[in-house]
Design a protein around this ligand. Structure first.
Ligand code: LMR
Length: 337
């Protein structure tokens, strides 16, 4: 080898080593897109996952959290996940219908969960896990369920009884069960992306909506809704999902660490959700912009009577078996449907 060749080899070797090092130093990036504010149960749990994932992989994984529909709105984020443009989402369980996994809409059935324990035994038990498995054929892996809370109804007129919603245009998420629920109340449901709700309420495109207090408060909906009723008629929670190809392609040791970080973030999300909602409700009450009405026991019965027929009506959509599987979990904990 002459001197020039030797120097050439040396340079090539150094460059190759540098390249390999640079490659090694490149972190695995997880883009985590969501539609709510950072100071919500989901927003805080996403940040917790970022922190744990980055710390525990020693920086080998970088999690970029994009809140408030910064990257994508509801429908687009599902498509982006499937295409691999983002790697992780936590859409509400009411948003899996358009993907073709209609069984998830069981979570939207009004008054289906008589308690948080029943909900937990569904999400952590075989019913919830079987639902997550249904996502695999869509190129999606379901990792966890995160709570938000129970929904309240809001509008610019007092809502004491189901009749008060007759003829009102109410924004819903993209769920056929929610559509049927609003129709059962005589209202006109309008499916709309979450990022558009504040403006639609402000301009009167819709008259009212439903959401847990934390979403209502952090999107400032209380500034454009004069009345709300604490019906707690339905649940809103999330499935944390990843692009399956991306997840399965991760080095096994990294994936195991991320699974641990996800389990811990899930415990965190579910531990803070109730307090976050309580605090949001208290803050909205203190602002004096919205009147909050707590229905009496007799009034709750009237809401139940108006809404429970939706279970039967939606059997064809959600699947009788899935609905009955939830009833069974409730029965195991001593509740009768
Ligand atoms: C909504 O669209 O109302 C909610 O699903 C938003 C969310 O992610 O909590």
């Amino acid at each position: 080898m002459n001197f020039r060749t030797f120097v050439g080899c040396l340079v090539a070797g150094v460059l190759a080593a540098g390249g390999a090092m640079a490659q090694q130093a490149q972190p695995i990036v997880i883009k985590f897109s969501h539609v709510v504010a950072p100071n919500t149960p989901k927003g805080k749990a996403a940040e917790m996952f970022k922190k744990l994932a980055e710390e525990r992989t020693g920086g080998k994984v970088k999690v970029e959290v994009y809140p408030n529909s910064q990257l994508y709105k509801d429908k687009e984020e599902m498509e982006a996940l499937q295409l691999g443009a983002v790697q992780m989402l936590a859409p509400s369980l009411a948003k899996f219908g358009p993907l073709g996994v209609k069984e998830f809409e069981v979570f939207d059935l009004p008054y289906i969960f008589p308690s948080k324990d029943v909900l937990r035994s569904v999400t952590e038990g075989p019913v919830g896990q079987d639902l997550l498995k249904k996502l695999e054929k869509k190129g999606i892996r379901g990792l966890a369920y995160w709570d938000n809370g129970f929904k309240i109804l809001s509008a610019n007129k007092p809502i004491k009884a189901p009749e008060d919603l007759k003829g009102l245009k109410l924004r819903i998420q993209s769920s056929k069960v929610l559509d049927a629920q609003m129709r059962a109340l005589g209202a006109l449901p309008q499916s709309m992306a979450f990022s558009e709700v504040y403006q639609a309420l402000q301009t009167g495109v819709v008259d009212g909506t439903e959401n847990p207090p934390s979403n209502m408060f952090t999107q400032k909906m209380h500034e454009v809704q004069k009345h709300a009723t604490l019906t707690n008629h339905g649940y809103l929670g999330y499935a944390v999902i990843v692009n399956k190809k991306f997840w399965d392609g991760l080095p096994a040791d990294i994936r195991a660490v991320l699974e641990g970080a996800m389990n811990e973030s899930t415990r965190f999300a579910n531990a803070i959700a109730q307090t976050e909602n309580d605090d949001s409700l208290a803050a909205m009450k203190a602002s004096g912009k919205t009147d909050f009405y707590a229905p009496s026991d007799a009034e709750v019965l009237a809401w139940r009577k108006a809404l429970l027929p939706v279970h039967k009506e939606m059997e064809g959509r959600v699947g009788k078996e899935t609905i009955e599987a939830v009833y069974k979990e409730a029965a195991k904990l001593g509740f009768k449907n």
